[in-house]
Structure formats: C-alpha cells, structure tokens
Design a protein around this ligand. Structure first.
Ligand SMILES: Nc1ncnc2c1ncn2[C@@H]1O[C@H](COP(=O)(O)OP(=O)(O)O)[C@@H](O)[C@H]1O
Ligand SMILES: [Mg+2]
Length: 322
C-alpha cells in the first residue's frame, strides 16, 4: 500500500516544495538552454505559493512531488511540475494533474497550460495521454494546454437555447459538436439554439426519416449540418455520411445516444445532457467537454449568467492506494 496525498500548498510547505523541485530537476538530463528551476529557493517559491498557490504530494509522509500555479486570464498555468526521482512510477504526477485540474475548475478557470521541453519525449507523451495539446512552440519549449469541461444546470428549454446561442457565437467553419443524451433530453432543443445563433435557414426539428439536414447560413457564415444518429445506433465515421455540405465549411452537430464516438473528430465539443432524478422537474444538467487542440488554444467561455454554483470540492486532498 502506498499512501499518496496531494495537498494545496501553503507557506508551511515551501521547504518541502523547494526540495522536490531540486531533486527532480537536478536529476534530469542536461538541456540547452538549461531550466532555471534550480535557482528556485524558499523566497521565490514562498512568493509563488503566496500569490497563486500550488500542490505538494507526499508518499508515506515524504515530499514526493510538487508544482506551482500561476493564473493568467482564465488560464491556470502549471510551473515546475516535479516528481522526486525516488518516487517515479507511483502515480504522483497523475494525481497532481488531477488535483490541478480540479483547482482550475474550482477557481472558475477555463484552461490549464504548461510548458514541456521538446527534448523530453516521455514528458510529452505524459501530457498527450492526459488530453493536453501542443498549442504553440517557443524555441525548445512546447506550450501545452487543455480546456476544462463546463458543467451547467439548465432550468428551462429557453435557457438551453440561450446557452447554445452563446456557444454558437464562438464557433467557426469546421467545428464539430457531439450531443449525447436520452430521447427527450434536449439535444434538438440545443441545436435549435445553435441554429438561431448561427442565423441559418430552416426549422431545426427532430428528423424522423432524415439522418442529416443542411441549414445554409443567411448571413454568409458557416452552414449548420444537423445529423441525428440517435436512432441509427451509431455511425463509424462522420466522413461516411453522404452529406451535401463539406464539413470544413460547416458547423456539424451530431445527436447521439449514449457512448461517445471518440473517433468522430479530433477537435470537438462533447456535450452530455442528463435529467435530474426528479422527473417532474424540467431541469437538465449540461456538461460541455472541449476536446482537441482547437479548443485547447482558444477555450470556450460562457457568461456568468449561465454559470451555476459548481460545488466546491470538499478537499483538495486525495488518497490513492496501489
Ligand atoms: N431544461 C430543458 N432543456 C432542454 N429541453 C427542455 C428543458 N426542459 C424541458 N425541455 C423540453 O424537453 C424536450 C426536449 O426534446 P428534444 O430537444 O427533442 O430532445 P432530444 O433531441 O434530446 O431527443 C423539449 O420539448 C423541450 O421543450
Ligand atoms: Mg433530437
């Protein structure tokens, strides 16, 4: 059994964090230009923790991992992501990333970003597997980012459409949205809001015999391609559909059943609509998960009007046995 704990860093953790950073970075192969991590000391780390916080991971009470936070706009930046080499392969980094993403959501931040060196393929693979995309390159530094999922409580159909209209305002040709949820969840209702926001022609309805329908723009923008795959039980590839419009020139919405089609498109918004337990209530829960480099680079922002009280995490502490 391993006792792995991640805690929100405070002033009392500064010395342990400095120790972990030094262990991690002095053990790393020499890079050109070298990392400045070894210049960190109690003063610099203390200032960073005081300003934005960070994380400390302990295994059996010993400092095993650390990272520092910076906030830049709606982005949580992870700095000095460190694991003491003695504790490598124990899930320390994964646990810290989970806590960092939780911290980002708790603070209402839309994205998480970090820098990884191009010379460290294992590190790049680590971030790729956790859904991070390379959004820019500065010399040897690859800027990685990931958009955080958004969870909303949607009390009425009108509110669902208003949210969709706001999403529409951030869409461009080539974008794909996959809507999952039971029959009657509100997938078509959401799509109607998208149509209104994109200003496309034609009523958006639940097609009974038609699998897909193209709604051309009335304002010279992208068309809306509306695909209802709910009754089909799935399509292997979006490209397999015989569509009248080219997907690169349109915004494509796929209504889906349960079980997301990960292969549909590398860049997409995955939306899941669920009802509360209370059947008389019209309230829906909407989860929007932005996937891929397109959203990692730009993020998706919704106004506070729709934002609900996301329950604050009870504790940042996480215990994992293995
Ligand atoms: N909060 C809500 N969000 C979305 N739809 C709602 C909501 N409350 C009630 N409704 C109603 O639920 C129904 C959803 O139907 P529809 O959008 O066709 O679902 P789906 O396409 O998922 O099968 C509509 O009649 C809509 O007016
Ligand atoms: Mg529908």
């Amino acid at each position: 059994m391993t006792d792995l704990h991640v805690v929100d860093a405070t002033a009392e953790h500064v010395d342990e964090i400095v120790t972990v950073i030094h262990h991690a970075f002095s053990n790393r192969r020499t890079l050109d230009p070298p990392s400045t991590a070894l210049t960190e000391n109690a003063t610099t780390v203390g200032a960073a923790v005081g300003a934005y916080g960070g994380l400390l991971a302990r295994i059996d009470g010993e400092p095993a991992g650390a990272m520092l936070f910076t906030v830049d706009g709606d982005v949580l930046e992870l700095r000095r992501v460190s694991v003491n080499p003695r504790f490598q392969g124990r899930g320390v980094a994964s646990a810290m990333v989970g806590c960092a993403e939780e911290a980002a959501r708790r603070r209402g931040l839309g994205r998480v970003r970090l820098v990884a060196r191009v010379e460290l393929p294992e590190t790049l693979e680590f971030w790729r597997r956790r859904g991070y995309s390379i959004v820019a390159r500065e010399g040897q530094n690859l800027i990685h980012a990931k958009a955080m999922p958004i969870e909303l409580v949607v009390p009425t159909a009108e509110e669902m459409q208003a949210i969709a209209e706001e999403v529409a305002g951030q869409l461009r040709a080539g974008d794909v949205l996959v809507l999952s949820g039971d029959l009657g969840a509100g997938k078509t209702t959401f799509t109607q809001g998208l149509g209104a926001g994109l200003k496309v022609r034609g009523d958006i309805t639940s097609p009974t015999f038609v699998i897909s329908r193209v709604h051309p723009s009335l304002v010279g923008g992208p068309a809306l391609v509306h695909v209802d795959a709910y009754r089909l039980g799935g399509i292997a590839e979006l490209d397999d559909l015989d569509l009248d419009a080219s997907l690169e020139d349109a915004v494509t919405v796929v209504e889906w059943g349960h079980g997301l089609a990960e292969t549909l498109a590398p860049d997409r918004l995955d939306l899941t609509i669920t009802r509360g337990d209370d059947d008389v209530d019209e309230t829906r829960n909407l989860r929007i998960n932005p996937v891929g480099p397109r959203w990692a680079a730009s993020g998706l922002r919704l106004t506070a009007a729709h934002a609900t009280d996301v329950p604050a995490a009870l504790t940042a502490q996480r215990s994992e046995g293995n």
